[in-house]
Design a protein around this ligand. Structure first.
Ligand code: SF4
Length: 256
């Protein structure tokens, strides 16, 4: 196939570009996150987490694209739908304090505010007949069909360890404000973005995992304070995580 580089932008190209411009301009007005996200602690690479925590400039062309911003927005919209579906099914699900639109999100802030997280929801009661232990953390993710099938087959802990780490960390850190949340298994919802199928599973609290992730957070903060870069996750840049890392050129351009 020969690509026609002189082709004039189509109507669709121009509209899409206008949408992307608006999305990226809006994103540019938002201050970068100045804390380590509890949801990210299970990421494979501690060095990447350091780059993320310090808001290090990404490699050229790696800033949030319009498409990526749309993916995030669709995820949030689907999560709102899941809230409505679960409530409709009889789950007493709180996503904001007092369940008021102006109520703050549930979350935690530790290490002097340098590690923080916001939870998707807390289940105060399940429908009759489920015998659900409460209060239970609720975590919702959207996935493509391939990842969703893997999650159904193997469970979230095996198929998506980063989500399992997030659940364990959140259960541990939310215990201070929502006593009992680490005793009750969390409810995990996975939405198949391609087929609208749902997956639900209960995830028991993994105290060892929570501790390992908490230690990891401390290690990242301490190394960053000391001006040290933690080791790479891999020995060559063609490692899976590195190929998709927005700091790959920077990282592999450093001596070690
Ligand atoms: S390029 Fe690889 S080793 Fe370097 S920060 Fe990214 S994931 Fe980690």
């Amino acid at each position: 196939m020969t690509l026609d580089y002189n082709r004039r932008p189509s109507f669709a190209d121009r509209v899409n570009a206008a949408v992307d411009r608006a999305l990226t301009a809006d994103q540019a007005t938002r201050p970068p996150r100045d804390y380590l996200g509890g949801s990210r602690l299970g990421h494979a690479c501690e060095r990447a987490l350091q780059f993320e925590f310090t808001a290090t400039s990404k490699d050229e062309g790696q800033d949030f694209s319009g498409q990526l911003l749309r993916i995030f927005a669709i995820g949030h919209a689907l999560e709102d739908l899941a809230v409505a579906w679960l409530r409709g099914a009889g789950f007493d699900l709180y996503t904001r304090k007092g369940n008021r639109p102006d109520g703050g999100q549930f979350g935690f802030s530790v290490a002097g505010g340098r590690i923080r997280g916001h939870v998707d929801g807390i289940i105060a009661a399940g429908p009759e007949g489920f015998g659900l232990a409460v209060p239970a953390l609720w975590e919702c993710k959207t996935m493509n069909a391939k990842n969703w099938r893997a999650c159904v087959k193997d469970g979230v802990t095996k198929s998506k360890p980063v989500y399992a780490a997030q659940i364990a960390v959140y259960q541990a850190y939310m215990e201070a404000t929502v006593p009992g949340i680490s005793t009750a298994p969390a409810l995990f919802t996975a939405i198949n973005k391609d087929t609208a199928e749902l997956h639900h599973e209960q995830v028991a609290f993994d105290a060892d995992l929570a501790q390992r992730m908490s230690d990891r957070g401390v290690r990242i903060l301490q190394a960053t304070d000391a001006g040290e870069l933690l080791p790479r996750v891999a020995t060559t840049p063609d490692f899976f995580e590195c190929r998709f890392c927005p700091w790959s050129a920077r990282c592999w351009g450093l001596p070690a």
